[in-house]
Design a protein around this ligand. Structure first.
Ligand SMILES: Cc1cc2nc3c(=O)[nH]c(=O)nc-3n(C[C@H](O)[C@H](O)[C@H](O)COP(=O)(O)OP(=O)(O)OC[C@H]3O[C@@H](n4cnc5c(N)ncnc54)[C@H](O)[C@@H]3O)c2cc1C
Ligand code: FES
Length: 279
């Protein structure tokens, strides 16, 4: 391998799945240990997972950089590669490239109150930031966590969420879009319904929002009503990716600023992407 490849994002890194768990019917969680040491990521970054003979996909690193020795992914079955990944179990070898992308601005957010909002699979990347903030609790102010998904059956990371819910100084709320299970004790309704009730001091608050594109428009409208500055609303966007590192142009964001989602994002301030045709 040439020095150029060794030091670039093209370098393939081999790892082993040391734990795997089916979280829901369509989402599978993996704990992976790399042969060459730590992944070296920051919260909000992603990797390219290479399934030899099948294909390569971008997947967010779900564990915090404060966790050492291995890192976690959670993969939803969506197509060719991600369906194949549902068959992987403990002991399987995986090959990755990365980490890639701009992380959440953990340093800028220090000293500020944090509002974390995730819809559906958005909890997967946001979890890296939530656990980072939990492990650096003294660096951040008040923390609000508002989560939502379709039904109680779709809730990911249930045990961990219970832990967050019971932590001191965390204001936690969960909602599901619909539910006919009388055992469900949380809210029912869209995630936007959780925002008006949050007590926010806008100048000293960062809101970090991750979810499906449809969610952004409505959640951002609620956050703007709370007067949070557009530079303090942080999003994580998804686009179809190939190289993952600004070389192929597949992931451009349709905005006057011509951002590449893989290298200028996936995390952006709302100020950066508010003119994009689609979030
Ligand atoms: C930065 C980033 C982080 C991601 N993190 C995660 C994660 O943590 N967990 C996870 O399960 N998924 C994640 N995804 C989405 C994942 O990459 C896609 O589901 C995957 O690429 C689909 O590939 P496939 O071969 O399985 O499906 P394909 O057969 O290629 O496609 C199946 C369907 O998925 C759609 N699709 C393909 N690529 C994307 C994409 N990038 N975004 C949205 N839809 C897509 C296709 O249009 C098609 O409808 C992330 C995507 C990005 C860009
Ligand atoms: S995926 Fe190639 S430029 Fe972003």
């Amino acid at each position: 391998m040439t020095e150029e490849i060794k030091n670039s994002g093209w370098k393939l890194r081999k790892g082993t799945i040391i734990e795997a768990k089916q979280l829901t019917k369509t989402e599978r969680w993996f704990d992976i240990k790399l042969d060459d040491g730590e992944l070296g990521h920051e919260p909000g970054q992603f990797i390219q997972v290479e399934m030899l003979g099948v294909g390569e996909v971008p997947i967010s690193v779900s564990s915090s950089s404060t966790k050492k020795g291995s890192f976690e992914l959670c993969v939803r079955a969506a197509g060719r590669v991600t369906n194949y990944m549902q068959t992987l179990d403990k002991g399987a070898i995986v090959t990755i490239r990365g980490p890639f992308g701009k992380p959440f601005p953990t340093k800028e957010m220090e000293g500020k109150d944090l509002v974390f909002i995730a819809g559906g699979l958005g909890i997967v990347p946001l979890r890296s930031m939530i656990n980072y903030a939990m492990d650096n609790r003294d660096k951040y102010g008040k923390i609000d966590i508002a989560l939502g998904c379709r039904t109680p059956k779709d809730i990911l990371f249930k045990e961990e969420i219970e832990r967050w819910e019971n932590m001191e100084g965390i204001n936690f709320s969960y909602t599901v879009d619909k539910c006919d299970d009388p055992a469900w004790k949380g809210n029912t309704g869209l995630i936007t319904t959780l925002i008006p009730g949050l007590e926010i001091d806008p100048a000293k608050t960062y809101a970090v929002v991750v979810g499906p594109p449809i969610m952004y428009k409505f959640v951002i409208a609620e956050l703007l009503k709370k007067k949070i500055p557009t530079t303090q609303i942080i999003l994580s966007l998804e686009r179809h990716m190939k190289c993952g590192m600004g070389k192929c142009g597949h992931c451009q964001i349709d905005s006057p600023k011509n951002y590449y989602c893989c290298k200028d994002g996936p995390t952006f301030t709302y100020e950066q992407v508010k003119d994009a045709k689609k979030l």
